[in-house]
Design a protein around this ligand. Sequence first.
Ligand code: NDP
Ligand code: AKG
Length: 419
Amino acid sequence: MSLFDAPLFQDAIKQLEDAAKIMNLDPNVAERLKYPKRALQVSVPIRLDDGTVKTFIGYRVQHNLTLGPGKGGIRYHPGVDLSETAGLAMLMTFKCALVGLPYGGAKGGICVDPTQLSRQELQALTRRYATEINMIIGPHIDIPAPDIGTDGQTMAWFMDTYSQIKGYTDGAVVTGKPLEIGGSKGRAESTGKGVAFCVNFAAEKIGMTINQKTTVAIHGFGKVGIPAAYDLSAQGAKIVAVSDVSGGVYDVNGLDIAKCELWIKENKVLKGMPGTKHITNDELFALDVDVLIPAAIDGVITKENAHVVKAKIIAEGANGPLTKEAVDIVTAKGAFLIPDVLCNAGGVIVSYFEWVQGLQSFFWDLDEVNKKLHSILKDAFENVYATSKEFNCNMKSAALVAAIRRLEKAMKLRGLWPS
Ligand SMILES: NC(=O)C1=CN([C@@H]2O[C@H](COP(=O)(O)OP(=O)(O)OC[C@H]3O[C@@H](n4cnc5c(N)ncnc54)[C@H](OP(=O)(O)O)[C@@H]3O)[C@@H](O)[C@H]2O)C=CC1
Ligand SMILES: O=C(O)CCC(=O)C(=O)O
């Protein structure tokens, strides 16, 4: 697999080219943005509980560092490869630029199924990976965070390993840490909360109010899907379906989210939850709901199934859940699409708050975190919406245009690209 092969990377390039055309972007800037600045592949050998040694392959890619240190999650998933990681790093560049954070874009990951490893093996994997990529990370170089298959515990092991190498405790090297070791209030729920904020902003634009009549389906019931479900159901919306790899559970009267969360904690998968109807993930996409939130993995809505989507608002909680062709189909049908780099930016925004708080050793209360999150997302949403009107394009293209505008100015001021 080359750097350019993954569908997500190719899709990111297509989005970039599309935005470049719309905004008549300087071709030198477009050319520079097509390539990651730096990509590191590492071997991560660990001793398994049975005494054998197994080697996993890990990556850290920094796409563009014009605006500041690299920022982006670490993914543990069997689908991780260099090209997908590079595509995700590119999306992080656009996301951070769009919401005005002083960060560049980066992403990392290991090709592994974390559910097949014990806690001890996961700790060994994380510590060895942190050691192997140590040379290109740091609080002012590149700051990882959780993504699919990783969590606060992963960040704690990562931060501890980095601190051991440095010889002093340095929490600002990662975000998404548990509160006890310098995490921020609100980070764990921030991505899902941001998705719920964006759904409300979009609803307002199309004259919809989120209330007891609103129906919602959520694909992916993890760190993004769960808090989004809680926030929207707290507003009265009926979450009629949620899903994981085993498929979905459906209740026309609305699911009890706390019960779903408890069920998954005890049974690992949603399938079989009493009092609900089992549906497939494909059936979930086709539900006649007001809001569809794909919050699992990329490339799940394509030109093959986009035509079955009926939702009025599609909120991209995941990175790249709709391919470019799918975005064109659903927006042509009149759906309001909230693009990933805006919709799921709540996570990196509160990561930024965590980093700032950690560097200052001065921590904020939850209300302050959530107010600041709302304010940044609202401004970014209005900017993307206004850009979509200015260029007569969909929200996906508008988000990239708005992000690249900011980035282009910074690139030219710094003179970091060949003129
Ligand atoms: N966490 C964060 O702060 C941020 C995450 N994101 C993006 O959001 C998405 C989800 O991340 P996150 O919630 O952290 O990940 P998690 O690992 O916490 O949850 C992922 C969820 O998606 C489900 N899932 C995985 N593969 C499939 C599939 N093929 N079909 C259906 N469901 C599937 C998982 O099911 P199961 O548990 O059964 O595997 C799980 O419910 C990713 O695209 C990520 O990049 C974006 C911004 C920030
Ligand atoms: O919180 C962060 O730093 C990054 C989160 C992330 O990986 C993402 O937004 O896709």
